[in-house]
Write a protein that binds this ligand. Structure first.
Ligand SMILES: *[C@@H]1O[C@H](CO)[C@@H](O)[C@H](O)[C@H]1NC(C)=O
Ligand SMILES: *[C@@H]1O[C@H](CO)[C@@H](O)[C@H](O)[C@H]1NC(C)=O
Ligand SMILES: *[C@@H]1O[C@H](CO)[C@@H](O)[C@H](O)[C@H]1NC(C)=O
Length: 401
């Protein structure tokens, strides 16, 4: 059937007058398509403009923060190393540092390392500085206060950061290998922590190495009250009172983070049985793969000292990963394990301009009854990087055996 021609259609113009202007039929189609096209362009550019203005995909990162604390020059440096890593990984959350309020940010001379590091944190890594009175817990036997005390409970100050929705509180004797930003998006819960998979007794306790917490002044007040009551002598001496506290409170309710990859110890590379870390009995241990997966690694090779203290020679040869018994051999475990220590020492030197603390006497610390007191502390005085003379002291720290 033939369609009516357009000139047969009714006209809106009266009489025989021709319309002043008439869109040709094909042009009408183009016009409609053109409008649709412009509409599409307008919307897609608007969308990308929105994305640019809010380029974090709708996440308001100023509601989240990493919290670290410094109780002395060593922990200050190590906190700065973590901020340095977070900046390198492009972490978007805020960064907060608690430090003793009697420190200042006025650099009096070139050896005023604490002030220099605070200023570095503030100006280079955008860290929000929080001068505070440190929290300490005093050792207590049933009848008496004993004069031992532990400042690691200062980490509980993270609960006071009520401005934020969520905080990641970290210990500083770690090497951060990847950003932890994804943990800010966990389901809402007061506390998420990994388990101390290296414990012999089950259920494994929660480890306070990493706490993903919701700040709460009420929660903080409860911790503060317990802390001011003092703690059992052995726990305080071993610097594990904070862990005890957090387990008492959250053991049954915390969201458990998988320790793989959220809590790897350097000591894992010395172990022969890796099933606890791997989380199954069948998987073949692959040191390289484990390191690639891990979010951070915690230095823990007692009685070998922490990485800011030099290795005693005999201690190193006794303790290093044994490469399946062949002492002279080389293996991924030994390479990785040593590399982690050397990298830490190098970053202390590069970022903090601090060298390592001289090695303790191995016979004195080996087989000690009190695992923590000889080598775990951070109060040790470290030489600063300045002249060539001090430079010469570093090779001892990273001595290759
Ligand atoms: C982001 O969160 C902070 C703290 O809650 C708030 O003050 C700020 O207005 C928020 N910014 C935007 C763009 O929503
Ligand atoms: C490794 O340890 C697990 C317990 O953690 C045990 O069940 C397993 O038999 C051990 N494997 C070997 C080869 O000893
Ligand atoms: C470790 O603690 C024990 C017991 O309190 C003490 O006798 C020893 O001297 C301490 N060692 C060091 C290096 O402080």
């Amino acid at each position: 059937m033939r369609h009516k021609r357009s000139d047969e259609l009714p006209r809106y113009v009266s009489g025989s007058k021709k319309p002043i202007f008439e869109w040709p039929r094909r042009s009408r189609l183009f016009a409609v398509l053109g409008v649709l096209f412009l509409y599409w362009i307008f919307h897609s550019t608007r969308k990308s403009a929105l994305n640019k203005g809010d380029r974090n995909g709708g996440v308001n990162w100023s509601r989240y923060a990493y919290s670290l604390y410094a109780t002395d020059s060593a922990t200050l440096c190590h906190a700065v190393l973590i901020f340095d890593a977070l900046a390198k990984f492009g972490s978007k959350a805020d960064r907060v540092l608690f430090y003793p309020k009697y420190w200042d940010t006025v650099i009096t001379n070139s050896r005023d390392r604490d002030s220099q590091l605070l200023v570095l944190a503030r100006d280079t890594y955008n860290v929000k500085l929080q001068p505070v009175k440190l929290l300490t817990v005093e050792g207590r036997t049933t009848d008496a206060w004993t004069g031992t005390w532990d400042k690691s409970v200062t980490k509980f100050l993270a609960f006071t950061l009520a401005y934020y929705d969520r905080i990641i509180a970290l210990d500083s004797d770690i090497t951060l290998l990847q950003s932890l930003d994804e943990l800010f998006h966990l389901p809402s819960t007061p506390m998420a922590m990994p388990r101390a998979y290296w414990y012999d007794t089950k259920p494994w306790p929660l480890t306070s190495l990493l706490m993903v917490l919701q700040p709460s002044l009420a929660e903080f007040a409860k911790f503060e009250a317990i802390i001011s009551d003092g703690g059992a002598e052995d726990l305080v001496k071993a610097n594990v009172f904070d862990m005890e506290l957090v387990n008492d409170r959250f053991r049954d309710s915390a969201l458990i983070l998988p320790h793989r990859p959220y809590a790897l110890l350097t000591g894992e590379f010395r172990r022969h049985n890796h099933s606890a870390y791997l989380g199954n009995l069948d998987e073949v241990w692959d040191a390289e793969k484990v390191l690639t997966e891990a979010k951070f690694v915690h230095f823990s090779d007692w009685p070998l000292p922490k990485p800011w203290i030099m290795w005693p020679h005999e201690g190193l040869s006794e303790m290093q990963p044994d490469c399946g018994g062949a002492r002279e051999a080389s293996c991924a475990e030994r390479r990785i394990w040593k590399g982690l220590y050397e990298d830490f020492r190098q970053r202390r030197k590069d970022v903090c301009k601090l060298l390592s603390v001289p090695a303790p006497d191995w016979r004195r610390i080996k087989g000690g009854v009190h695992p923590m007191n000889a080598t775990e502390g951070t109060h040790h005085e470290a030489p600063q990087v300045e002249g060539a003379k001090e430079e010469q002291r570093t090779p001892v720290a990273g001595h290759d055996m």
